[in-house]
Design a protein. Structure first.
Length: 322
């Protein structure tokens, strides 16, 4: 009797390690990483759990979390938005220079909608890669900010904005309440509504989406516009949390949001990601930042750690060459 031929595929230890790391550093596994960081902090930096540090960590996380939700939507449609940090900056300027902070927020939202529209038009109609298109908008917004302020990028935030961003609703910081609400709404939208599922399908399989009658261009416009508007609201809260406006406000938030979204399961190939898991990614980044401060380590170490986490996320999620 001839035995049937069987084949087996050898999987290298390095490949197994990569798969294991990817499972841990994405999706719900990111909460395991967060738990490990907190456990280590119990022994090396117990001051991390002081009420003031917990409150500051959560406020920073909420502000970044709002931006990350928008970035996740853009990643879901196979794009990336580098202009969100610039929107945070111009929102801060609007909030501090307008006659009323709410008027400033309204102006910032209008600018954000226009930015999202231009970004989506460049990507959809002109075929410009999203990182190029959105980087171009960064230059436009930064230039507009300089003209608006006449180069004087320093001002105190209005007391009403500070009170909002530093306020509490019961035991929960106000920005965290906003973050929770938007996270729940975004999760329900992509999972329970037709338009939300259309957006996911646009990223997962653009050709199938077009054949199904979905306007993929509209879906991308929604993603870019939502990301810009959420960045404007985050900028408003960041202004109040910081208490002042300078050149550095919002700096680096575009990369932080991309990192948190990737840790939340988003992929550059689109159609994937969990807003709940992204909460874990945001908390990991914010907790590490606070931990560095509590330990008295050089501030520059924050950029090194954030960069290392981003590189790790890129290695895990960027499609490998075959």
């Amino acid at each position: 009797m001839v035995k049937p031929m069987t084949t087996s595929i050898e999987v290298s230890p390095l490949a197994r390690l990569r798969v294991w790391i990817e499972r841990v550093f994405s999706g719900k596994g990111i909460f395991v990483v967060l738990a490990v960081i907190l456990l280590i902090a119990v022994f090396v930096a117990p001051n991390l759990f002081a009420p003031v540090n917990v409150g500051n960590t959560l406020r920073r996380a909420a502000i970044l979390g709002l931006i990350t939700i928008g970035q996740m939507l853009v990643l879901m449609v196979r794009n990336v938005d580098l202009s969100v940090a610039a929107i945070v900056g111009i929102t801060a300027v609007a909030a501090t220079t307008a006659p009323d902070p709410l008027v400033g927020l309204g102006i910032a939202v209008v600018i954000a909608v226009a930015t999202g529209a231009v970004n989506s038009w460049l990507v959809v109609s002109r075929g410009v890669p999203s990182f190029v298109a959105t980087f171009g908008m960064v230059m436009v917004l930064e230039g507009a900010k300089l003209i608006w302020t006449k180069g004087a990028l320093s001002a105190q935030a209005p007391e009403s904005v500070i009170s909002l961003a530093r306020g509490w609703i019961g035991p929960v910081p106000v920005p965290v309440v906003f973050w929770i609400i938007v996270t729940v709404l975004a999760t329900l939208w992509v999972s329970r509504t037709r338009s939300g599922r259309n957006l996911v399908l646009t990223g997962a399989n653009p050709r199938m989406a077009r054949l199904s009658g979905i306007s993929t261009g509209t879906m991308q416009w929604i993603a870019f516009t939502a990301a810009a508007v959420l960045a404007a609201f985050a900028g408003f809260l960041q202004t109040g949390y910081s208490g002042y406006v300078d050149r550095s406000i919002g700096a680096g938030m575009e990369l932080d949001s991309i990192t948190a979204a990737l840790l939340g399961g988003a992929r550059f190939r689109g159609g994937e990601g969990s807003f709940v898991s992204a909460v874990g990614g945001v908390l990991v980044l914010s907790t590490l930042s606070t931990l560095i401060v509590v330990l008295g380590l050089p501030p520059e170490l924050q950029n090194i750690i954030k960069g290392a986490v981003l590189v790790l996320a890129l290695i895990l999620h960027w499609p490998a060459r075959r």
